[in-house]
Design a binder for this molecule. Structure first.
Ligand code: M6R
Length: 608
């Protein structure tokens, strides 16, 4: 979602620092961008709709807003993902009130009351956007107007005291050069520039190239910034951390046309990395072993991984598992006790709903174990213990390799729990572990073929507007994840159901214009899947089946088939997800969709 970059210091090329930072934040998803900066005594202020490259062009052509005496270089920039008010130049940040400019991530929930109160005191205040954020800059400005002896940092603090909601803000006075940042519920990091100066950003990736050290701000922090120092006006000073650059960036490297395809192809590597880092799972195992119940929480793809893990953990270790959508979790009032352990899944480590779920679990005395991809992220920091799933930076909004790496962690955990609790023999556990270790080799041989087959099927059925994905047992979770991928990137209406549910309603949708993708590997539920294929065919529906080489009956009765390698039943989800991901990718490509940055979606969902 929204991205923030700010800079104050000695680097004269502020526009370049800010625009580079924004480009690195593009992966988060946004619809407009803007900046204000002082460079060589000249002030530039530009906002534009669409990509950062549009802002770049606008900045190149932009006229100097005014000339000022301040010798320093400073500025703030933002990518906006619309919440309040449509994507437009007027709604893009920074917002301004006189010489004060502000960028904001999060949501000001009481913005209407604050706006009314401001207008009651001063009816001449002109609001120029539909955003909740603009009220903040007017609030700060009015605090300064009402008491000229007040510093900007004081004005920011007393304004924030009135705000209900979440925020990461950077506020700038373009004339005095005062810069203040603050956060509560939205992430913010402070980078110590290699040359003199400071950077502030919503993600460490924006600091790369300019800073080697950084601090992560905590909720409630208010920090005043100058080229030479930062002062915590609220909150306590934080440990300075070294910026880990490896794994933070990713490039297409000329081989792949899109990150989504590249990341699908990286899935063998990510399993390998998880298998080779089993130490971090062993370290946490004793704590999880004590659990009477595991509560798995996540959103989107992370939630779907949880559903797959529910089958695995219950089957292999006989520990009872509840999987919860994080966005509903805090409204459930679910009974929890000390015998529970929460496993929190998040690729980005920033998803606000998931972060709130962590806080709730901790309030209730439940141990939280994060499985997180981004090191040092808010969720990783908030959990009592963390396992990193080491997928490397995932750029495509549609999550693929993060799914597989989270699943690899959870599969290993399920096997280890099973062995420790004696619901698996050592031989069974060893066999499963060794098959898991062998998956990267299997995958490397199969990906090209699967991609080609799914491309052909996408060409054949790409004009269809309704897809139903069906699976039985653990494959019902793969059906859900496959349908999520298809709708996210190709915008085709794809639904998913456990196969057994089709007779209870969805069968009414099936006609010759409906494509059913049926996950039917030759596992213990194979014959049930066969019956579903027959039921769909009997109503004229089109069937693409995903099965294993021994699924002869499925192969014979389907309109299209993709064969995935036979592996142990427990590990089949690693195989069956692949054709689903490839199908979504090729459908999106054929339909001319923006594969890596699907419309309306963001990579990091930092608002509720
Ligand atoms: O970063 P997280 O794993 O917490 O993100 C959760 C979801 O927002 C995410 O999985 C989303 O559903 C993806 N776009 C799915 O491809």
């Amino acid at each position: 979602m929204c991205g923030i970059v700010g800079y104050i210091g000695a680097n004269g090329a502020v526009k370049e620092v800010l625009l580079n930072g924004l480009s690195k934040l593009e992966y988060r998803g946004y619809d407009s961008a803007g900046l204000v900066c002082v460079e060589n005594n000249r002030v530039f202020y530009e906002r534009s709709l669409g990509r950062v490259s549009n802002l770049e062009s606008a900045v190149v052509k932009s006229k100097v807003l005014k000339l000022i005496d301040n010798k320093a270089s400073f500025g703030i920039a933002h990518t906006r993902w619309a919440t309040h008010g449509k994507p437009s130049k007027e709604n893009a940040h920074p917002h301004k009130a006189g010489d004060i400019y502000l960028v904001h991530n999060g949501i000001v929930e009481n913005y209407k009351e604050l706006k009314e109160a401001l207008l009651t005191v001063d009816g001449s205040i002109e609001f120029t956007s539909q955003t909740d954020s603009e009220v903040l800059v007017h609030l700060i400005s009015s605090k300064l107007d009402s008491n000229p002896r007040r510093s900007m940092v004081e004005a920011v603090q007393s304004s924030l005291n009135l705000v209900k909601g979440t925020y990461a803000i950077v506020v700038l006075n373009i004339v005095s050069g005062e810069m203040v940042c603050a956060c509560n519920g939205s992430p913010l990091v402070l980078g110590i520039a290699d040359d003199e100066g400071l950077l502030v950003a919503s993600d460490t990736v924006a600091l790369i190239g300019y800073a080697k050290h950084y601090l992560r701000l905590a909720d409630g922090d208010v920090v005043s910034l100058s080229p030479k120092e930062y002062v915590f006006v609220s909150g306590t000073d934080k440990e300075v951390l070294e910026l880990e650059e490896s794994g933070q960036t990713s490039s297409l490297g000329g081989v792949f046309g899109h990150y989504m395809l590249k990341e699908i192809y990286e899935q063998g590597e990510v399993v390998d990395r998880v298998v080779n880092n089993k130490g971090q799972i062993y370290d946490i195992l004793p704590k999880i072993l004590k659990a009477k119940r595991l509560i798995i929480v996540g959103c989107g793809t992370s939630y779907n991984v949880g559903l797959v893990a529910e089958y695995l953990i219950e089957r292999l270790s006989q520990i009872s598992v509840e999987v919860e959508v994080a966005s509903e979790f805090r409204y459930r009032d679910m009974p929890m006790s000390e015998g529970d352990v929460a496993i929190v899944l998040s690729q980005s480590g920033e998803t606000v709903d998931t972060l709130e779920a962590v806080k709730l679990c901790k309030e209730r005395g439940v141990l939280t174990v994060g499985i997180v991809n981004v090191e040092g992220s808010a969720i990783a920091n908030a959990c009592d213990a963390v396992i990193y799933n080491k997928a490397g930076r995932e750029v495509s909004v549609a999550s693929t390799k993060a799914f597989t790496s989270q699943l690899a962690v959870l599969s290993m955990l399920a096997i280890m729990l099973g062995e420790c609790r004696s619901s698996l023999t050592t031989i069974e556990a060893t066999n499963l572990m060794s098959e898991l270790s062998n998956l990267p080799a299997v995958l490397s041989q199969e990906l090209d073929r699967m991609s080609k087959q799914m491309e052909d099927l996408a060409k054949k059925y790409g004009s269809i507007e309704n897809i139903i994905c069906l699976g039985r047992g653990v494959q019902s979770a793969i059906a859900l994840e496959g349908a999520l991928k298809i709708k996210e990137v190709s915008y085709i209406n794809a639904q998913a159901y456990p196969s057994g549910e089709i007779k209870h309603g969805p069968l009414a949708l099936v006609d010759p214009n409906t494509l059913c993708i049926i996950l039917a590997p030759k596992d213990e539920l194979y014959t049930k899947s066969l019956s579903v294929i027959e039921e769909v065919k009997a109503r004229g529906g089109i069937v693409i089946a995903i099965t294993t080489p021994n699924g002869k009956e499925v192969i014979q009765s389907s309109d299209g088939v993709v064969i995935v390698p036979s592996v142990m039943d427990e590990l089949l989800p690693f195989m069956t997800i692949l054709p689903m991901q490839f199908f979504a990718y090729h459908l999106a490509l054929l339909r001319g969709c923006d594969v890596d940055k699907p419309r309306n979606l963001a990579k990091s969902v930092t608002v509720e």
